[in-house]
Design a protein. Structure first.
Length: 123
């Protein structure tokens, strides 16, 4: 019988935890973790999932799709809005959009302000 595990946290390395937490807070509406600080910030979801952001000295952003600096983690978010609307809002918040878009009609690859690639997928 397989071990029953429930994902409880995801933590991203970054150069500025409060700034990256603010980006994801605006993008997701998750609540800021009350013990966030300059070196480690987080967001809480009602079901207990925690997204953390930890300061790393000499941080190097992933270079997707080029793997000179591997992405190491890939996060996908389902969006209720039309993909074009969701993409526009995320770009306003500071996301980037790589030129390479493998299946732009089904999902969009974006990067957060620290360079981590993530996808938005229509629900």
């Amino acid at each position: 019988m397989p071990l029953q595990m429930k994902l409880s946290a995801i933590t991203l390395d970054c150069p500025d935890p409060p700034a990256l937490a603010a980006f994801y807070q605006q993008a997701t509406g998750l609540a800021p973790h009350p013990k966030s600080n300059a070196d480690f910030a987080g967001l809480d979801r009602e079901d207990g999932l925690f997204i953390g952001f930890q300061r790393v000295a000499d941080y190097r952003a992933p270079s997707w799709p080029d793997q000179t600096v591997p992405q190491q983690l890939h996060i996908c978010f389902t969006v209720e809005e039309d993909l074009d609307e969701a993409e526009a809002r995320l770009l306003e918040l500071g996301a980037g959009k790589p030129d390479q878009q493998p299946h732009q009609d089904r999902w969009r690859v974006l990067t957060d302000p620290a360079g981590h690639p993530f996808c938005i997928v229509s629900s």
